[in-house]
Design a protein around this ligand. Sequence first.
Ligand SMILES: C[C@H](O)[C@H](O)[C@H]1CNC2=NC(N)=NC(=O)C2=N1
Length: 131
Amino acid sequence: MAASHRSLTRLTDKKCVPCNLKELRPMSEDSAQTLMPQVPEWSLVNDGGVMKLRRSWTVRTFSKGLDFFRIVSVLAESEGHHPDLHLVGWNNVTIEIWTHAVGGLTENDFILAAKIDKLDVLDLLRRKPSD
Ligand SMILES: C[C@H](O)[C@H](O)[C@H]1CNC2=NC(N)=NC(=O)C2=N1
């Protein structure tokens, strides 16, 4: 399908596809930019030539950071697509998402990011600096 006819279905209504599909290719930066408005909390980063999606949160405690990871892991397993999880300085969570099989971004990454944004994790997050 030509890019111009890219499906207008919402990312959260889609399902990740297996990453071993031989026709899977990393998308261009322009294509990635057109999808960014659907994942407004995420940043598009170029990490040593590899394009990734990145978002950070501050959690209330170290163990709530691991609770966060556990909730994300359930989603990742159901999608068959997995994020890179970072928990540093005891309460700083960063998630990076990219398709390792192609060394860049595919629609799978945007689907996972959009579904992570819908997870109910508010009780794990620090709401004000004094938390
Ligand atoms: C067959 C299955 O789709 C692959 O092993 C998946 C598993 N999860 C994955 N997750 C991510 N982020 N990238 C991959 O290339 C990938 N490959």
